[in-house]
Design a protein around this ligand. Structure first.
Ligand code: FMN
Ligand code: SF4
Length: 674
């Protein structure tokens, strides 16, 4: 289909200093958990985005010196000339698709504890460094500042040698340059105190970076337009005064806000274009092109912001992760095929856990090189096999789409009338509406595949399977939350677990309203316990959330939303009992036990809701196993996140008819002995 001419403006080239972006689609710097150790994995990931139409593709934060080492969080590095080749690999592959390549030069200052390099962290003044690390920074003296500027210049030159088109001065988030900009910088020398002094280092770096690379590379500055933490609390006065002082110096302004949990907020807390209010003023202050972000997945929103003159380039991290081919889909009039980011931040959890990036919507993310998976292309079928998939949750739907694209004859059945499994149910919970995109994108794609037939409202048993006689059966029937309270902490069922008043997350998802007050026992630690507590409060039910962890939904620190979740449940009036487990459930009462001291106390409880662990719904699999070709995928195989289910369905589809699966299913990059 031809593209809607209204969107032509998104495909106009944009001049950025000495270079020209071929269109307005700009992948802003985002880390990948891949870092300097796996250059081929990283180059393929970035190149795939260029292939998908992103006119500019940037690296993640790229350390300029060993005094800025973020291990165990994997970053890129340009510490010495040895690093150039890895970057050149990425740049060459990005250039092959006609896109620009950008590099975000970075020094963490007090944010880097330097676990690997063991250099002392440096900073504006001596203050605690890293994340809860018991070390402090060394106050930078004049010589340190001179050295820092030299490292930056040398890294910029190496970036130029690697072939980059855009070199960043990274002056936001909680890193070194931002620390210089803050009012807390009350150094008595010319780099602290007054506004002009606090801006001095950024100014000098822009000038020196331009001097080092400016004839061939553009110099971009990443900058916070606001100090606020929510849409209603944006304070732009000081950032505006600072930007005014530097307005015409760089070739490009890359604008974010100070609070990462707002800038990169999950959809539960921040809507699309959530930064608009905070950064709208920037274009009034500079004539240079401006890029900004906002989980843009709607071409209409992109169009509006460009037309209104709020941004020149459509910045994206997550939308480019969820759909590396988003620009091409708009270009080809296939907007309906955009695989929209759901705003879950599973992608961020890769970096936070020191592992390659993953995405709920896009199972091919970071598998481009090591598994040869492409987000748009898949190998055609190798046989005429007919496949029956039982269950239409994230795994079943993904398997149906991927097998359908391969050309297999697929039948997908679902016991419920509604398709989507857990995402259909969970997306009805407060703040999780966009999770339905996992289902919706796949249904859109299934609509286009004549070789996939879908039967909602159809239970399938053993006999029916044999009657239907497919060549392969795929069981994707999900999992059930346990009622017994067993999980990480409790290995044996809690006494009283089988009372009628004890419910599970599944009961709440099915619409059961428990008798209050409720004790919600969360030993799962991801989002569901916290969201259910919020929902019960919306129903006016008193809730005590009990968890052996020390905070609500503790795993969500990896998705950068734990603080917001804790604030939300507290504001909703949920009582918290952290570091606590269940000792027994009685009539109208629950006995709680401190996980540290073993001391117990009783709380009133009309009902108990268990969110602890799940049991796979695998009885059909076991009934068929050994009698026909049958496999399990998703939660039915091993309960996990929505992302693991999608991945599992995709993997099944990729591997079907592929012969024996190797013990290690992917290529590895590794340092070899000298
Ligand atoms: C997985 C992930 C890693 C990120 N890493 C970086 C980074 O290395 N440097 C940086 O300046 N911003 C980083 N960000 C922030 C993004 O550049 C971007 O500003 C933010 O995600 C909002 O844009 P989006 O809504 O398009 O995702 C990261 C974001 C994500 C999701
Ligand atoms: S993991 Fe979630 S937030 Fe990240 S890009 Fe994918 S869908 Fe979006």
């Amino acid at each position: 289909m031809p593209r809607d001419p209204r969107f032509d403006i998104l495909f106009e080239p944009v001049q950025i200093g000495p270079v020209t972006a071929p269109n307005r689609f700009y992948q802003v710097p985002h880390c990948t958990g891949i870092g300097y150790n796996r250059p081929q994995t990283l180059a393929s990931l970035r190149a795939t985005k260029a292939e998908g139409g992103w006119g500019t593709v940037c690296t993640e934060y790229c350390s300029i010196h060993a005094s800025s080492d973020d291990d165990p969080f994997p970053s890129a590095t340009l510490w010495d000339d040895e690093d150039i080749r890895s970057h050149a690999l990425m740049v060459e592959q990005v250039h092959e698709h006609g896109s620009l390549a950008g590099v975000e030069l970075w020094h963490g200052g007090a944010a880097s504890a330097n676990h690997y390099s063991r250099e002392s962290p440096i900073g504006v003044f001596s203050r605690p460094a890293g994340v809860w690390d018991p070390v402090q920074t060394r106050r930078m003296d004049k010589q340190d500042i001179r050295e820092y500027k030299r490292w930056h210049r040398e890294a910029a030159k190496r970036a130029q040698q690697a072939g980059f088109d855009i070199v960043y001065v990274y002056a936001c988030h909680w890193y070194l340059l931002r620390q210089f900009l803050l009012p807390a910088n009350q150094r008595s020398d010319e780099y602290g105190g007054s506004l002009e002094n606090r801006v001095r280092l950024v100014r000098e770096l822009i000038e020196e970076t331009k001097e080092a690379v400016g004839d061939t590379c553009a110099v971009a500055v990443r900058f916070s337009a606001s100090d606020g933490g929510t849409d209603d609390a944006q304070t732009t006065e000081e950032p505006r005064a600072q930007l005014e002082m530097l307005a015409e110096l760089p070739d490009l302004w890359d604008i974010t806000v100070n609070d990462y949990t707002w800038e990169m907020g999950t959809s539960r807390f921040v809507p699309e274009a959530g930064l608009e209010k905070a950064m709208k003023w920037v274009k009034n202050v500079t004539t240079k092109p401006v890029v900004s972000v906002g989980r843009f997945t709607s071409p209409e929103t992109m169009l509006r912001l460009v037309r209104e003159g709020t941004i020149d380039l459509v910045g994206a991290a997550r939308p480019s992760i969820a759909d590396p081919f988003l620009p091409n889909k708009i270009a080809e009039g296939r907007d309906d095929e955009i695989r929209e980011c759901i705003g879950c931040n599973i992608c961020y959890s890769g970096d936070q856990t020191g592992t390659p990036i993953r995405c709920t919507q896009n199972p091919t993310m970071s598998e481009e090189w090591r598994k040869g998976w492409h987000p748009e292309r898949i190998e055609p079928k190798r046989s005429e096999s007919r496949i029956l998939i039982v269950g239409s949750g994230p795994a079943g739907l993904e398997a149906a789409v991927a097998l359908g694209k391969r050309g297999y004859d697929v039948t997908l059945t679902e016991a419920r009338n509604e398709l989507g499994g857990r995402v259909a149910l969970e997306s009805a919970l407060p703040g999780l509406a966009s999770y339905a995109r996992v289902r919706d994108w796949r249904l859109t794609m299934l609509d286009k595949l004549d070789n996939v037939v879908v039967y909602p409202g159809s239970t399938v048993d053993e006999e029916q399977v044999f009657e239907f006689a497919p060549d392969h059966v795929v069981i994707a029937t999900g999992a059930k939350w346990r009622q017994e309270g067993t999980g990480r902490w409790l290995e044996d069922p809690v006494p009283g677990w089988d009372r009628d008043t004890v419910l599970t997350a599944d009961d709440i998802l099915a619409g059961t309203v428990p008798e209050g007050p409720v004790v919600l026992y969360d030993d799962d630690h991801y989002y569901l316990g916290g969201v259910i507590a919020e929902k019960l409060r919306q129903l006016g039910i008193a809730v005590t959330l009990v968890t052996p962890a020390n905070e609500v939904s503790t795993w969500t620190t990896h998705t950068d939303e734990q603080h917001r979740i804790q604030a939300r449940v507290l504001e909703a009036g949920v009582r918290l009992s952290t570091g606590t487990t269940l000792a027994a459930i009685g009539e109208g009462v629950v006995s709680l036990e401190c996980v540290y001291t073993g001391s117990t106390r009783e709380v009133e409880a009309g009902g108990v809701v268990m969110v602890t662990s799940r049991k796979p719904n695998d009885s059909l699999f076991h009934a068929l196993d050994g009698r026909t070709s049958v496999a399990r995928i998703g939660d039915c195989y091993a309960p996990g996140t929505i992302a693991t289910s999608v991945y599992s369905g995709h993997q099944y589809a990729r591997e079907l008819d592929g012969g024996t699966v190797a013990d290690v299913r992917f290529l590895r990059e590794r340092a070899t002995a000298p």
